[in-house]
Design a protein around this ligand. Sequence first.
Ligand SMILES: [Fe+2]
Length: 217
Amino acid sequence: MSQLTVSAPRFGDEAATRATPLSVSPTAEERAAVVDQMKRYQFVVIAAGEAKGAAETLGFLAETFELGEPSVPEIYRSHGPGDPLSDIRKDASSTHPGFATGTGQPMHVDGLLEPLGAVRTSLLHCVRQASTGGRTILFDACAVFDRLRAEDPPAANALLAEGVLERFTTIPGVHESSVGPAFKVDENGRTLCRFSDGPTERWHLVRALHTTSFPAA
Ligand SMILES: [Fe+2]
């Protein structure tokens, strides 16, 4: 991976990170503005019109945008918290390597054990802005992968290989993993992503390179 380079598109458009307002009873225009941002950038920052609790806000967004029922990730069905809503805050009494820490989260796709594409949307609700920190890098991995497909098809194909990316749990006492491709192009031509870069990844790129049949250039 370290030998691959690809020029990544940058968000030159400041509108990408500007919060899109959404009132309690959103108009069709307000909803369309959110959907438009989502389609364009794969993410959208929403400013809710009224202060609400996290569960109420997330339920409101799921209903407004017909996201379906929230699901509990496989890892938490048997190892807690068993709730689709995860509380992310610094907590010295917790051993969770991600949710309880005050340090930054490495780049990852949610649904560590789920098959690629199972998690269609993740919602993050900011309860209270921290006095310091919170700087976030937004990385559109699908857009970068699409660029890689155009610039270096064999490299991109290796990331489509079934066994290229293993993801494993880092929760104390829990030893589970899943193996799959890093990206997939679905039947509608959309790129789906499982690419992550942190302590929960093990790459099998060499094996993938030997088991992937590359189309003729
Ligand atoms: Fe996450």
